[in-house]
Design a protein around this ligand. Structure first.
Ligand SMILES: Nc1ncnc2c1ncn2[C@@H]1O[C@H](COP(=O)(O)OP(=O)(O)OP(=O)(O)O)[C@@H](O)[C@H]1O
Ligand SMILES: [Mg+2]
Length: 209
């Protein structure tokens, strides 16, 4: 399946689609079955990458699309090498909120940067690491307003047209990316969890499945 002995699971989707909620449930289910689990997120997951996250999401800054893309990829390069690869080599199930598909959706479809450029930088930053399963939590824009959270970060504040392009990007790129499934995330928390589990169970190591 992959060169590493662990499994790399990525949860994707627009802002407030339920990634953190579902990641917590998935981690709990995996730990309950005895798997060693690492729960992480992008941008972030290491001290340096979390510092980049703060800068890149800070609404006080006006950031050019290319600078934004490079910051996400810098954080990804650090996270991939410092945290993801070692955990996977150790045999952990890594549950990561956002990875390369988010960059295609936000910086490609959302910001309008060339998709070929985003794909190239994704390849460079990941060094070729790919998820064993990517699950896209799909929600229409009304969910963004219904599920209010903390004060909006810089990308959440980007407006309706941007969010629509991001959602469209997720749905479109999900079709061409390998091992990627779209889940209807307007359903209840438990129903979404069940759909995610069905997909994840198929890629778990056999011993404990
Ligand atoms: N299936 C669901 N139905 C209704 N509300 C939900 C559902 N899933 C999550 N929520 C609620 O929606 C809000 C956003 O969820 P969550 O923080 O998990 O999303 P997220 O994708 O991680 O958001 P962000 O992109 O901002 O990190 C929370 O208040 C959460 O409790
Ligand atoms: Mg979240």
């Amino acid at each position: 399946m992959s060169s590493h002995s662990g499994r790399f699971i990525v949860l994707e989707g627009p802002d407030r689609s339920g990634k953190s909620t579902q990641a917590a449930l998935l981690v709990k289910a995996l730990r309950g079955r005895g798997f060693p689990v690492v729960h992480t997120r992008e941008p972030g997951g290491t001290g340096f990458a979390e510092a980049v996250r703060q800068v890149v999401l800070d609404p006080a800054h006006k950031v050019k699309p290319l600078a934004e893309l490079l910051l996400y990829e810098a954080a990804r390069a650090q996270h991939t090498e410092e945290r993801l690869r070692p955990a996977l080599a150790d045999g952990a199930i890594v549950v990561c909120e956002r990875y390369t598909l988010a960059t295609l959706a936000y910086q490609g479809a959302g910001r309008g940067l060339p998709v070929a450029l985003v794909k190239k930088l994704n390849r460079i930053a990941t060094g070729g690491l790919r998820a064993d399963a990517t699950i896209v939590l799909d929600v229409p824009d009304r969910v963004f307003h219904k599920r209010q959270t903390a004060p909006a970060d810089r990308l959440e504040a980007a407006g309706r047209a941007f969010r629509d392009r991001v959602r469209g990007g997720y749905r479109r790129f999900a079709k061409s990316e390998p091992r990627t499934r779209v889940v209807d995330a307007t359903l209840s928390v438990d129903q979404v969890h069940a759909a995610i589990w069905e997909r994840v169970a198929k890629v778990l190591p056999r011993a404990r499945r």
